[in-house]
Every structure is written in C-alpha cells, then in structure tokens.
Write a protein that binds this ligand. Structure first.
Ligand SMILES: Nc1ncnc2c1ncn2[C@@H]1O[C@H](COP(=O)(O)OP(=O)(O)OP(=O)(O)O)[C@@H](O)[C@H]1O
Ligand SMILES: [Mg+2]
Length: 333
C-alpha cells in the first residue's frame, strides 16, 4: 500500500511562503508527476512528503496515517535525486545495499534484494565496480536501485534524469515506466521534461508559485486546460495566444490555438503572413509566421517542408481545436 493525501500544505522559509495550501490525493500504485516553472515549490513539496522538511501548516497522510511525528526513515519512502550522491569508495553492490545494512537487515536478505534490483535495472555486470567506473546513466540506475532495495511504499523522484544525455534519457524513461509496471508502487516524480511528464504520468499536477493550477491526466490537460497558464505550459511548441478582439470575437479574452492545429497553404487561408524563421527537425517543420491578423504564430507541420524566410503563406486554424479564455485567463466552457 502507498496512498498519499496532502491537506492544505503550507511551507514558509522565514517570511516567504513557498507552498500556499496544497491539496492532493494520490492513489496506491499511481504515477503522479509534478511540473511547474523553476522555483514554484516542486522540490520543497517532495521534501515535505519525505519528512526532510516540516510543513508550516497542513497534514501529510500516508495510507491514511498522519505522519508528522514519523521520521523520514520510517515513512516507507525512498527518494531519488538529480544528483545521485553515491559513495565513491563503495562498489555498486555495497552502494545499493548500504541503507539496508544500516537498518540492520540480515546479509542474506540484502544480497537477495540487491540481486533482484540489479537484474531489474540491468546492473548485473557492474556490481563490483565503483561509481567512478560507471557512466552517468549507470550511476543513476544505481541510485534508483538503492531506492528499490528498500522496498518502499512510495518513490519520490526529483528530476532523476536531467543529468543524462538525450538518448540515455529515453532509455531510462522507458526503464522507469517498466519499473512502475513491475513494482506497482506509488511514484511521485518531478520533471521539467514535457515528454517525460506526458508519457510517464497517470496524472500531472501543474504547480505555479506554490499553488496547484490543475490536476489531470496528460490528455485531459492537453485537451482541456483550465486556464492560460496550463494551456501555455502543456504542449511544445507552446500554444499560440491571440487577443480575442483581433479576430473580431465578441467579449474580451484570449483565443488559443496549438501549433499542430494550424494548416498552411501558399495561396489561400484565413491569416496571411510572412515566414520569419523555419526550423527543420526532420520529422517536423516548425514555422514562425508574422501575420497581420493574428500576430506572431508558431506552426508545426508534419514532415519536411521547403519554406524559407520571407515566403508569404496563409495559415488557417482548425476551428474545432481553438480554445477560448476569459479576461481573467480562465477557460470558457
Ligand atoms: N531552505 C530554503 N530556505 C529558503 N528558501 C528556500 C529553501 N528551499 C527552497 N527555497 C525557496 O523556495 C522556492 C521553491 O524552491 P523549490 O526548490 O521547491 O523549487 P522547484 O520548483 O523545485 O524549482 P526547480 O525547478 O528550479 O528545481 C524557491 O524560491 C527557493 O528559493
Ligand atoms: Mg527542484
């Protein structure tokens, strides 16, 4: 079991309130991802859950039990950080088993748990190496292994892949997805990476300045952002925002249209514009178009397109994919 409930969590450092009343329920076995701009309080919230920081106000409940009096080591939580901080003088096996050893677990049990974790993570061939003899990705897997052997109810990951290169991130992301399927443990995971958030999460929690903006499955947030902040945060490249008045809509507010929901035609369309810049990504082409009617537009086209700066093109939004937000930035329903 590993359910989590946060009730009105507030955290201040001195006079600065960093978490401003967070409520969240995470089901046993769920994979929940925290995203949000730098400094919005993601790591602080993880540390409060782990017991490494005390909340100024509010309650943390694990499996229905309020844990303010429970020290971090007794909460059944394992945390994996961006900096994996392995002991340089210990080999992989001893790094992975150290926590259990300190907790006084029998040697045979430590051995067996390390073996299981190392098999899961593909570390069997490296058990006698020291951290300095491993690649960054292998070290990160050891850090994850160290968490697995403790058999926690709840895993907390704070940007565990951000030190890895692109290819390794993809591999390790797939490993974490598999790990979640195999262990069926509850996981809470902080990332800046859109793709990690969209692909790993059962639900994403979008934080902004110490508050929850919206909670939902990746596709709920993509298809039904509740406000401008969420609309601009989920999706890459970012959604285009156009002042409603510019498009002759009645009522003040903002129109949103994602780059992938605009079609381009050289001869006709709703918004004529001039190409400012083209990015050829191979699988996609990103156009930056300056249009009189709708302003600067980002357009994402599938495949390769031989457009060049100063080309005159016509952009047409796919109406069924347009979003409308009121003056306060709230989605109109
Ligand atoms: N020990 C501390 N003392 C004072 N202020 C702190 C402390 N820890 C964090 N803060 C402040 O709290 C705010 C939230 O920090 P936090 O590390 O939770 O952000 P974050 O969302 O994890 O950001 P990032 O994406 O950059 O990791 C920041 O403004 C930070 O400066
Ligand atoms: Mg952080």
């Amino acid at each position: 079991m590993g359910s989590l409930k946060l009730e009105n969590i507030r955290k201040s450092f001195g006079k600065v309130e960093v978490l401003k009343g967070i409520d969240l329920e995470v089901e046993d076995g769920e994979f929940v991802i925290f995203v949000g701009p730098s400094g919005c309080g993601k790591s602080t919230l993880l540390r409060v859950i782990a017991g490494l920081e005390d909340a100024t106000e509010g309650q943390v409940l694990i499996d229905g039990v309020e844990v303010s009096a429970v020290p971090p080591a007794k909460r059944g939580i394992a945390m994996v950080f961006q900096s994996y901080a392995l002991y340089p003088h210990l080999n992989v096996r001893d790094n992975m088993g150290l926590g259990l050893k300190q907790a006084g677990s029998p040697r045979a049990e430590i051995r067996q748990r390390v073996d299981t974790a190392s098999k899961m993570l593909g570390l069997d061939d490296y058990l006698t190496r020291r951290p300095a003899e491993l690649s960054g990705g292998q070290r990160q897997r050891v850090a994850i292994g160290r968490a697995i052997v403790r058999n926690p109810k709840l895993f907390l990951f704070d940007e565990p892949l951000s030190n890895l290169d692109a290819a390794l991130r993809v591999n390790t992301r797939l490993e974490i997805a598999k790990l979640h399927r195999d262990l069926k443990a509850t996981m809470i995971y902080v990332t800046h990476d859109q793709v990690e958030a969209m692909t790993l999460a059962d639900r994403i929690v979008i934080l902004n300045q110490g508050r929850v903006e919206q909670i939902g499955s990746p596709m709920e947030l993509y298809n039904h952002p509740g406000n401008l902040f969420v609309a601009g945060f989920i999706g890459s490249p970012r959604m285009n925002f156009i002042e409603a008045g510019r498009l002759g809509e009645s009522g003040k507010g903002t129109i949103g249209i994602r780059p992938e929901h605009i079609t381009i035609d050289p001869s006709s369309g709703e918004w004529q514009g001039k190409v400012l810049h083209v990015e050829h990504l191979g699988a996609d082409t990103i156009l930056y178009l300056e249009s009189e009617k709708a302003g600067l537009l980002t357009v994402r086209l599938f495949g390769e397109h031989k457009f060049a700066p100063d080309d005159i093109l016509h952009a047409t939004p796919r109406r069924e994919h347009m979003f409308r937000f009121d003056e306060a930035g709230k989605a109109r329903t």
